[in-house]
Design a protein around this ligand. Structure first.
Ligand code: HPA
Length: 289
């Protein structure tokens, strides 16, 4: 009997509460006078985008209560809050992933805090393997939809008690990626001569890369790119009413025939080519908001 009770307690402990979200939110309010409108989450190897933020306040993740710390090389682990291309932005320089051992609720706490801070939009970026055979490393893909394989198997960030103040029990995901923001991104990319791929991002838990059989399965299921993040953040953002725009930097060609290896180093290396392209598009979108 005792065992069942304590299991229940631990089970509920993995869900972040509104009070914890608001404590983290309050800690940030105490460290910056900026009132950000747009949130940016920067993926593996894409951290340099935050270096262009002006009048920046920097807050290491470790200074914030309940905030998950990034344990992955290539993820800096701090907030950068300031001005970028005429907007006040809230940048997560580095993110945390489910494979680091955090619960889905912890992984998505930063998005809840963005919601409580009053942000209207979330721009997500990630490094991804290209499954679409036309994609090559260095490409940028506008995410038009996602495949939530991790959530389909039970690990959805909205599992557990619904916090009604934050959003509805059963949120719609039919237009997760905002059609108007996507159109703006397409327009900016066209004007600046940046080739922009489009497609479906598939979120897996990682941390192992996919086997060739995994990849052939994902291709048949309609995925164009695959990675280990983003989908939980987007679900929580939509639950909270934020408009979402997403980009995958294609860091490697997914290896459907087993002929090449995939490494974290190549993911970081490709980020150097991808970052300037994503930065140009993001700046252009921010300017036209
Ligand atoms: N698979 C999963 N995640 C990734 C990849 C990949 O090939 N490349 C960068 N992130």
């Amino acid at each position: 009997m005792t065992l069942i009770v304590s299991e229940k307690k631990n089970h509920m402990d993995k869900y972040i509460t509104l009070q914890q979200i608001d404590e983290a939110t309050g800690a940030i309010r105490g460290r910056t006078s900026h009132q950000p409108r747009v949130g940016l989450i920067l993926g593996s190897g894409l951290n340099a985008l935050a270096d262009s933020v002006q009048k920046a306040d920097f807050i290491p993740f470790g200074d914030l209560p309940h905030w998950p710390r990034s344990t992955v090389p290539g993820h800096a682990g701090r907030l950068v809050i300031g001005e970028l291309a005429g907007q006040t932005v809230f940048v997560m320089q580095g993110r945390v992933h489910y494979y680091e051992g955090y619960s889905m609720s912890q992984v998505t706490l930063p998005v809840r805090v963005m919601q409580r801070l009053g942000l209207e939009m979330l721009f997500v970026t990630n490094a991804a393997g290209g499954i679409n055979p036309e994609f090559v490393p260095g490409d940028v893909m506008l995410i038009t939809d996602n495949l939530n394989l991790v959530g389909m198997s039970g690990a959805n960030p909205l599992m557990g008690p619904n916090i009604d103040e934050l959003g509805p029990r059963f949120p719609d995901m039919s237009r997760a990626y905002d059609p108007d923001l996507m159109n703006l991104a397409r327009k900016v990319a066209r004007e600046r001569n940046i080739p922009l791929r489009e497609g479906v991002y598939c979120g897996l838990s990682g941390p192992s890369f996919e086997s060739p059989a995994d990849l052939r399965f994902l291709r048949m299921a309609g995925a164009d790119a695959v990675g280990m993040s983003t989908v939980p953040e987007v679900i929580v953002a939509r639950h909270g009413g934020l408009r979402v725009l997403g980009f995958s930097g294609i860091s490697n060609k997914a290896n459907l025939d087993g002929s090449t290896l995939t490494t974290h180093e190549e993911v970081i290396e490709a980020g150097k080519v991808i970052t300037p392209k994503i930065e140009t598009i993001v700046r252009g979108v921010l300017r036209s908001l």
